[in-house]
Ligand binder design. Sequence first.
Ligand code: GDP
Length: 402
Amino acid sequence: MEIVLGLLAVLVVSGLVAAFIAARPRRRNAELEPPSAPPLPPKAENGSAPAAPKPAKARRPQIPSEEELARQAAEVVAEAEAVLAGAREAPVIEPEPGEAPAALKPRFRDRIGKARGLLAGYLGSVRSRTKIDDESWEELEEALIRADVGITATTALLDQLRAQVKAEGIQTSEALVDALKDNLKKRLSIADRTLRIEPGQPNVWLFVGVNGVGKTTTIGKVGHLQIAEGRTVIMAAGDTFRAAAAEQLELWSKRVGATLVRGNEGGDPGAVVFDAVERAAARQTDLVLADTAGRLHTKVNLMEELKKVRRVADKPPGKVTEVLLVIDATTGQNGLVQAKQFTEAVEVTGVVLTKLDGTAKGGIVLAIQNDLGIPIKLVGLGETADDLVPFDPDEFIDALFA
Ligand code: GDP
């Protein structure tokens, strides 16, 4: 602020001085204008500009004193200060709902800087070697382990890469890194990542996972995407054990324009989901996105409860076409241990990997593919409604190696 005001003051003062200087020659010209043609001024001997004729003393212009200049500058500065203060106090005008500019889809390249940063250090070092030696392999191994690819997947990957290097006669470090990149892409390309929707009845997509992984947020984002694609959506607040979960889902439903069905706190989650399905059938709604509990405060076994919810949701008129396990990428290998419990209890059809924007552990993508054998279908790259993208392995690997 001081700098701005300082600059302003300097500008004002120089403006006044410039104005004065600009005014002087005009007056001088007028003063010197003779009734007839004036004699030509003598040429300067060195060929430079001729010396300016002297102004007539009697009609010398009024030069503002230094004090006057300072006073005028202070006035302008005070005025500028008032304008700036006014601007600070002006109300922030929020856009009306629906007026917000369409957000750009987040790209892996822009959001996985942490994961890329971790890998870049190791890959740079491997690339800088003149040949492929033991240290190249050690560095690759360390990079993959630190990126949370996991021991099993790392071992399998490097074994395959060694065989490939031998079979194809790969010599240079650059070619080794390229082979690793291709290998990763191939490993990830085998899965079917489409989200299933069957016409004719309300499709139910169940979201399971421990508390805090981003289930509710993901339901909001998925609802937003599906509505944007022209489908109708009901959200079912199936985590009846946390009032906050239902409240959060209510906010999301309003934000994205979905209907919400919620029950009483501590009520039967199955009943909430069934109610949502019946409403969906009555209104010919395409999709029911059902939240579930991530932890129970009662003695009831969570996995048994989830099985029950799944059975209820799958009863006509509803059909469960996706059970999406939400995994928080920042929890790395720990998240996988929990994830396995869910896959054993309910038939998980896909993974939503959240918070990939906030972790260096990008390798978790390979660990999920390798250890769980379940395709990652969606990836969370931030907290807003638009920050969910379909998982595109090629784009992801390119961004990781960029
Ligand atoms: P739930 O307990 O599984 O329902 O988890 P929530 O949906 O309440 O999410 C927990 C926190 O994770 C919230 O602060 C979310 O904003 C945040 N979150 C969810 N998904 C993402 C994501 O993809 N990226 C980031 N950075 N934060 C996320």
